[in-house]
Design a protein around this ligand. Structure first.
Ligand code: NAD
Ligand code: UDP
Length: 314
């Protein structure tokens, strides 16, 4: 390892976003420890690096402390899909709080910089649209999404208290809905659900009327934003997302049109506390990181559909 080479710890590195980040760091010739408990991650996502001299894989649960010598901690470990984070909500809250607490303790001990993957969910079901970082959010503390939303909110709080009390270097990314290759087929999130349903010739499941909105960011754009945030001077929180806003019905129509225009939609009840609208203001990311997304939804969907076609055929 050369003096300029960074030793990176990526928690949740076998997951969807984490594995794309691991690829970028490894391709840049950096040293990477990928840590995961494989709750929603897969070894297959990082299999190409196993055996590489600058890559290590650690099976570990972030709710337990760990000692490692690293310079940078990319703290992504946490299930992100509502289906998975609601599976064991107490564990999700523990992962957010204890996991972030343990990683901040490690960062403090070894003098590492820590980037925490926060979320647009800190804005809850927003009364302000689109959402700037200054908006403080509207989260139901006792609803079925609270384990994740409040978990991420207190994780942000912990990061800032470590910065104030101990001078720990922190970076907070508020990530908006991200999609792309390697999402799990049974992930439960809307992009993967629609693509998998369409490829199997099944009706697409619209929750509610499909009039709620989301803004979808392709994973390569997100990873570029995370890298710029980690390397930059701004602690955040900074929104990282694509401001292109679509209704869920529009997304369903786009997927159906690309795979099989004859498919039906099935209307199912809207889950409790499902945010009705979501769109990031990215002025801060543009100004502080010189970052904005470059991959429009149609192009990103093509790449995601191609990946699912291969995996479902295998
Ligand atoms: P993912 O579920 O694919 O990845 C999460 C990874 O963390 C998985 O590999 C999982 O096995 C691992 N993990 C979960 N609990 C763990 C624990 N206790 N100990 C160790 N590992 C654990 O989700 P993702 O989409 O890749 O999300 C990555 C991060 O980004 C998460 O923190 C998520 O909250 C955040 N985020 C993602 C999105 C998005 O749209 N993808 C949006 C907002 C925030
Ligand atoms: N959704 C849907 N059909 C599905 C899965 C999700 O209509 O099969 C809706 C869901 O109700 C929400 C939106 O799509 O309004 C995004 O859901 P996802 O779980 O991907 O992410 P989040 O709600 O966390 O933004």
């Amino acid at each position: 390892m050369t003096a300029s080479q960074k030793r990176n710890l990526v928690t949740g590195g076998a997951g969807f976003v984490g594995s794309h980040l691991v690829d970028r760091l490894m391709e840049a010739g950096e040293d990477v420890i990928c840590l995961d408990n494989y709750f929603t991650g897969r070894k297959a996502n990082i299999a190409r690096w196993i055996g590489h001299p600058t890559f290590e894989l650690v099976r570990h649960d972030v709710t337990e402390p760990i000692s490692l010598e690293v310079d940078r901690i990319w703290h992504l470990a946490c299930p992100a899909s509502p289906v998975h984070y609601q599976h064991n909500p107490i564990k999700t809250a523990k992962t957010s709080f204890l996991g972030t607490y343990n990683m901040l303790g490690l960062a403090r001990r070894v003098g590492a910089r820590l980037l925490m993957a926060s979320t647009s969910e800190v804005y809850g079901d927003p009364e302000v649209h689109p959402q700037p970082e200054s908006y403080r959010g509207s989260v139901n503390t006792h609803g079925i999404r609270a384990c994740y939303d409040e978990g991420k909110r207190v994780a942000e709080t912990l990061c800032f208290d470590y910065q104030r009390m101990h001078g720990t270097e922190i970076r907070i990314a508020r990530i908006f809905n991200t999609y792309g290759p390697r999402m799990l087929a049974d992930d439960g999130r809307v992009v993967s659900n629609f693509i998998v349903q369409a490829l199997r010739g099944e009706p697409l499941t619209l929750y509610g009327e499909g009039s709620q909105t989301r803004s979808f960011c392709f994973v390569d754009d997100l990873v570029e934003g995370l890298i710029r945030l980690m390397n930059g001077e701004h602690s955040g929180p900074i929104n990282i997302g694509n401001p292109g806003e679509f209704t869920i019905r529009q997304l369903a129509e786009l997927v159906r049109e690309r795979i099989d225009p004859s498919l039906d939609f099935t209307l199912l009840p809207l889950p409790q506390d499902d945010p009705l609208q979501r769109q990031p203001v990215i002025t801060l990311a543009q100004q502080e990181l010189g970052w904005e997304p470059t991959i429009p939804l149609r192009a990103g969907l093509e790449r995601t559909i191609a990946d699912f076609r291969c995996r479902l055929a295998a």
